[in-house]
Design a protein around this ligand. Structure first.
Ligand code: ATP
Ligand code: MG
Length: 579
């Protein structure tokens, strides 16, 4: 393609609204333009990259035995009501009424649609396993669209859904998808880690997220130094704490202290001169009409996913003011675990390992404006009994270990997610099959998502320098650019045209910068766009029979005889593609 014919509106200035390099560079290199909050137009260069990524995804999905389909973006809301997920998605899902008064959603994902399809079309175990995918637009009214196409409202997702008659079959496809994901991200030139994620109804390591470690990421990866263990912070398991001798001896009696109007951990610490790590946070949750109390140390953060798993609660929400008052007899901010189990007002007391290990702590007195000091776990509230559970219910923090190895924290961008769903959707939507004996069962399901736009943005986030993008060869809009300097000189123009057409004829994806522009402008744009290889044809070089070849990552160009330029460029591109 010829530069002069393409819409490539590069920009010098750093766009004010863009916080991170990939967002700035995608605008500056003329890849995207914003239409409105969280919606972007892909210009020719950006779209070429996006298409290349989608094609890699498609090839690997096909090779792994998935079949491509295309489902509507408009989804009848009734399907979401049948699975009960309308409420789960809440305002993130965009809904509207059509002219006949029917409510539709703009697809945020497609489990409901694909499962209803399979419910209608599959009836026998002989039709299973089945793996269907699409590469299609999704819409999520994200609360905070940010970082350009990394978190947008409209985006391109590859979503695959598999259906099975046995756990073994699901495991096999899950593994095949996992492996296909590894190939996809490698081919896209990304450095990634597969981390254990919040698991579904099947438990175990039934969910993995593929993360690109990167400071702009919104997810936290918890991992050992060697990454032999890596998990999303929502899931990361930690070794139970050892008994902490703490400041108190554990012998002193409880002591009530007046703490008027100081409810928060920080305020109480300041008021009493203690540390958050010596406080016991008492949190009340409501789950199916019952109250559940969770205890974590003041310096720790409760992990609701872990708590729900530990307590076996499907739905759970923080208790409201009136429930708190009813259970504790005090205003919000003064809850403590003393007497709650014995009082019979709560269904469960879930104690984090670190709290169970405390010698003593400070907590609310279940009396408005009072806290209690010297509260000893096991003495002043129970650590045993039918209603009591000691479990890992908090987020990992610096200093925690797993399997004895210290845990580290890194940020990551989630580019893909594989998930074993079990029968959650098939049961509700009637996707059943008859086994060999003619007995009906709900299909076991898996689902597998990839953010196509996020791959491009994270590749740029990880691959750039002060001059612009440094794109991996397989997803760059073009593999190489031929740059004639002073293209008005016939010798220069002819040599450049010949190299360009020979490379094209050999199957390389090349751009010819045929613009009538100053060399400096051409060099700057080539660097900004970040194409992997640059071949410069200049008058001075030609006199010596030479052209310049430079990888985007090279400091300096290499001089190559004109006659060998094409062969040399092909060789370098070949090497790049092989990684
Ligand atoms: P996140 O936690 O980042 O909101 P998610 O877990 O909700 O993502 P999934 O439902 O697993 O996302 O969607 C599959 C993939 O789609 C994600 O792995 C991600 O790459 C991509 N994706 C999700 N939301 C967005 C978005 N708002 N913009 C761009 N890509 C997205
Ligand atoms: Mg996810």
């Amino acid at each position: 393609m010829r530069y002069s014919k393409l819409l490539i509106p590069t920009v010098k200035e750093v766009p004010a609204e863009a916080e991170i390099p990939s967002h700035q560079l995608m605008i500056r290199a003329g890849f995207i333009r914003k239409l409105a909050s969280g919606t972007y137009t892909y210009l020719p260069l950006g779209f070429r990259s996006l298409r290349k990524i989608a094609e890699i995804v498609r090839q690997e999905m096909d090779a792994a035995g998935a079949q491509e389909i295309s489902m509507p973006i408009l989804q009848p809301i009734e399907l979401w009501q049948q699975t009960g997920r309308e409420a789960d998605y809440g305002p993130t899902m965009c809904k509207f009424e059509d002219r006949h008064g029917r409510v539709n959603a703009l697809a945020p994902t497609a489990e409901e649609v694909v499962t209803s399809l399979v419910a209608a079309e599959v009836s026998s175990y002989k039709q299973l396993p089945l793996n269907l995918y699409q590469i299609h637009t999704k819409f999520r009214d994200e609360f905070r669209p940010r970082f350009g196409v990394l978190r947008s409202r409209e985006f391109l997702m590859k979503d695959a859904y598999s259906f099975h008659a046995s756990v073994e079959s699901l495991d096999e496809t899950y593994r095949a998808m996992y492996d296909a994901y590894c190939r996809i991200f490698s081919r896209c030139g990304l450095k990634y880690v597969a981390v254990e994620a919040e698991s579904g109804p099947i438990g175990g390591s039934a969910s993995h997220e593929f993360m690109v470690p990167c400071s702009a990421g919104e997810d936290v990866i918890v991992h050992t130094e060697d990454y032999s263990y890596a998990a999303n912070i929502e899931k990361a398991e930690i070794d139970p704490a050892k008994r902490d001798p703490g400041p108190g001896t554990g012998n002193s009696a409880m002591e009530e202290v007046r703490t008027p109007n100081v409810g928060s951990i920080e305020a109480v610490c300041k008021f009493l001169g203690t540390q958050p790590r010596d406080m016991i946070k008492t949190l009340l949750y409501q789950s199916e009409g019952q109250v559940l109390v969770a205890l974590v140390r003041g310096d720790h953060e409760l992990n609701e996913n872990k708590l729900a798993h530990a307590a076996g609660a499907a739905h759970m929400e923080l208790a409201g003011e009136s429930a708190i008052q009813h259970v504790t007899g005090a205003a919000v901010g003064f809850a403590g675990p003393m007497g709650l189990v014995e009082g019979g007002k709560i269904a469960r007391l879930v104690v984090d390992h670190s709290v169970a290990a405390m010698a003593s702590g400070v907590t609310g007195a279940n009396r408005t404006d009072f806290h209690v000091k010297n509260v000893v776990p096991g003495r002043d509230f129970p650590l045993e009994g039918e209603k009591v559970l000691i479990a890992d219910i908090r987020n990992a923090v610096e200093g925690d270990t797993r399997g004895g190895k210290p845990l580290k924290f890194s940020r990551g961008i989630e580019v893909g997610h594989v998930f074993k769903l079990g029968t959650k959707y098939s049961e509700k939507l009637g996707a059943t099959y008859l086994d060999e004996q003619g007995v009906s069962h709900p299909c076991l399901m898996g689902c597998y998502g990839i953010g196509v736009n996020r791959i491009l943005a994270s590749a740029i986030e990880m691959g750039h320098d002060d001059n612009g993008c440094v794109l991996p060869v397989n997803i760059a809009p073009f593999e190489a650019v031929v740059v004639p300097l002073n293209a008005d000189k016939p010798a220069v123009r002819d040599a450049a045209e010949r190299i360009y057409s020979e490379l094209l004829a050999g199957g390389a994806d090349v751009l010819l910068d045929d613009r009538d522009a100053r060399p400096g402008v051409k060099f700057k744009d080539a660097d900004l766009i970040g194409l992997p290889l640059r071949i410069v044809v200049g008058e001075r070089g030609l006199k010596e029979g030479m052209v310049e070849i430079k990888r985007r990552t090279d400091e300096k160009p290499a001089l190559v005889p004109v006659a060998q330029a094409v062969a040399e460029a092909r060789k370098i591109l070949q090497e790049m593609k092989q990684g």
